[in-house]
Design a protein around this ligand. Structure first.
Ligand code: ATP
Length: 585
């Protein structure tokens, strides 16, 4: 029985407004819980996607593709004004949503439900070919004229992919638990379903329709990515056995390429990146290798796409592979930089999920279903029971140009833990040494205006680590060095989409670190630093009693990590672990 009534888009827009001005994460959860608990079955999934600024699960390759020009043209059409007026207003407001709310003065011509907006945006997403820009513009303009003014702001932000409510999937899971189950007690079940389906809308719909048993019954499905399992790190090789919890472990080569999850369904192959986006079109060669060499009818493999120079027998750096990340001339560039697939796990085969099988069982099955050749093979590895064995294999890997090793537990409970960073997998990399020589992946949450040579760009950016337990971004450092002139010139453009006018709710900043500009957690950056120290300024691992957090000293920009989402950044617990290890040395 579904006694809920259709949600007006107006109700949603007013909730968005309140979410934007809610200073606390708990406040956000309460608002979202009320909103979701009132949604109808055919809307609840859409409401979740809208809150995240999307119209479908992230992996589905449904891309609105409404560029700034089309958005501006649609606003001009709806407002009955010139494009130049829209552009002038955008320069003033800095935001297309605010511009639409300001310029379109006509009263609403209709009433929009969430489903009306969804249908309109879906048609925009699916418009393609010649004339599609005009079609997108016309549909968006019609939606804008139908909607009352406050809704126009969010319609435009949705279409332009700039919602910036600062809500993440974990916040929605909390809200679902509160709204439907009355507490967070059963939240792990919701999180598990999300980890294996990567579809928050599906979890919400199932919870509403069937309840918790339905959510527990969500299973691995082909062409729907599983959130990847991640690795932990240690300070000394000798610590690996203490942490991993099995007397014998597997030590695998660690490849510096792109994480790729391959779904094979007969001849149909889909590839997903670590951020769960569909990267099938980027790797036509890996598609062919999977089709040719995976001998099961259906299978899901986890592994790494690497650039391998077959003539020289060496691995090429990550940057070489990233040259393939492009929309045009894919096959040509793929020919110049062929990709090789190293599979390190098997998650599903012939209709059966392997997530709850131990790593040794999954590996044995992987070797059965994957016929190896030069272009595709299971990751090379050894199995050992002593630290010297690890060290020898590690040194041999480094000699062959690899970046390190990944040690894997062989215990009976060494299941594949989707989306988790636990001690079953531990990495050890070439640049590890006492102190902090590994980089941190941090999220940009603020920026200070540049002066002198840096006028017109940012002088420094405020970086945060992710507190997974509290779903918060806590600051670790301000960073102004390591940028090339080109990086600096690119900064304003890169950060423009994330700019917000107040401190985002999931960001925790102490007064001395308050930046000139705020950014919603979006951009992930790799940072190298000298050491972690205690700090009264930064909020990472904040101890309210001692009024001390942790900070990274001498941070330097290394590179952008566009393939990582903010929630995949280095966690505050990892920063604390590095700090703890520094003290031991
Ligand atoms: P890093 O920057 O050290 O590559 P990361 O922060 O991107 O790490 P981690 O989870 O810390 O991600 O390291 C694991 C990553 O290493 C995986 O996401 C995967 O892409 C890569 N990798 C390479 N070889 C292996 C392997 N044999 N087993 C597991 N992961 C591997």
């Amino acid at each position: 029985m579904n006694r809920r009534i259709t949600v007006k888009f107006a109700t949603l827009a007013s909730c968005f407004g309140r979410l934007e001005s809610t200073p606390s994460r708990n406040g956000m959860i309460a608002l979202l819980a009320r909103l979701l608990a009132g949604a109808a079955l055919d809307e609840i999934g859409i409401v979740c996607y809208f809150v995240l600024g999307e119209i479908a699960p992230g992996y589905s390759a449904v891309n609105l593709g409404v560029g700034d020009r089309t958005v501006a043209a649609a606003i001009a059409l709806a407002a009955g004004t010139d494009l130049s007026d829209v552009e002038a207003a955008v320069r003033e407001t800095g935001d297309y949503g605010d511009t639409a709310a300001r310029l379109i003065e006509a009263p609403a011509t209709g009433y929009l439900s969430v489903l009306d907006v969804y249908r309109g945006l879906s048609r925009i997403a699916h418009a393609s070919g010649p004339g599609s820009a005009e079609e997108k513009k016309a549909i968006l303009a019609r939606l804008l004229t139908a909607a009352p003014p406050p809704e126009r702001r969010y319609l435009v932000r949705l279409a332009a992919g700039e919602m910036r409510l600062g809500v993440g999937e974990m916040t929605i899971l909390d809200a679902l638990a509160e709204g439907f189950l009355g507490s967070k007690a059963e939240r792990p079940a919701l999180e598990h379903a999300y980890n294996i389906s990567s579809d928050i809308g599906l979890v919400a719909r199932t919870l509403l329709e069937v309840g918790l048993p339905g959510v527990r019954a969500i299973t691995v499905t082909l062409h729907r990515p599983i959130r990847p399992m991640l690795t932990q790190r240690v300070g000394r090789i000798s610590e690996i056995f203490e942490r991993i919890g099995s007397p014998v472990i597997a030590v695998e080569e660690k490849y510096d390429g792109e994480r790729v999850q391959a779904h094979k369904d007969g001849d149909d192959v889909t590839l997903f990146s670590r951020r769960l986006t569909d990267v099938t079109a980027q790797y036509p060669d890996i598609v062919r290798h999977v089709r040719r060499c995976v001998v099961a009818d259906t299978a899901i493999l986890d592994g790494e796409a690497v650039a391998f120079d077959h003539a020289a027998g060496t691995y090429l750096p990550f940057q070489t592979l990233m040259r393939r990340r492009r929309k045009h001339r894919v096959s040509e560039v793929a020919g110049e930089i062929p990709a090789t697939y190293r599979a390190f796990d098997l998650l599903y085969a012939n209709g059966e999920s392997y997530l709850h099988q131990s790593y040794p069982d999954r590996r044995a099955r992987l070797e059965e279903v994957l016929r190896r050749d030069d272009h595709i093979s299971p990751a090379d590895r050894i199995v050992t029971g002593d630290t010297d064995g690890i060290t020898e294999f590690y040194l041999a890997c480094i000699e062959r140009g690899l970046e390190g090793i990944v040690c894997k537990s062989c215990a009976d409970d060494s299941f594949y833990r989707a989306g988790a960073r636990e001690w079953q997998w531990i990495k050890w990399k070439r640049d590890y040494a006492p102190g902090i020589s590994d980089t941190l992946d941090l999220v940009i949450v603020g920026g200070n205006a540049g002066r002198g040579r840096r006028a017109g760009t940012y002088g420094s950016v405020l970086c945060a680590a992710y507190n997974h337990e509290e779903d918060l971004f806590q600051t670790v450092c301000g960073m102004g060095t390591g940028f090339s002139d080109r990086d600096l010139a690119d900064l304003p453009g890169r950060l423009a989409g994330a700019r917000v006018d107040r401190e985002p709710a999931r960001v925790m900043v102490n007064p001395p670190a308050v930046p000139d500009f705020w950014f919603a957690p979006h951009q992930v950056v790799e940072v190298l630093g000298l050491e972690i120290t205690e700090s009264p300024v930064h909020t990472c691992n904040w101890d309210p009693a001692r009024r001390r957090g942790l900070a990274l000293r001498f941070p330097r920009f290394v590179r952008w990590r566009d393939e990582k989402s903010p929630e995949q950044a280095t966690t505050t617990a990892e920063v604390a672990a590095i700090f703890g290890r520094q003290r031991e040395v």
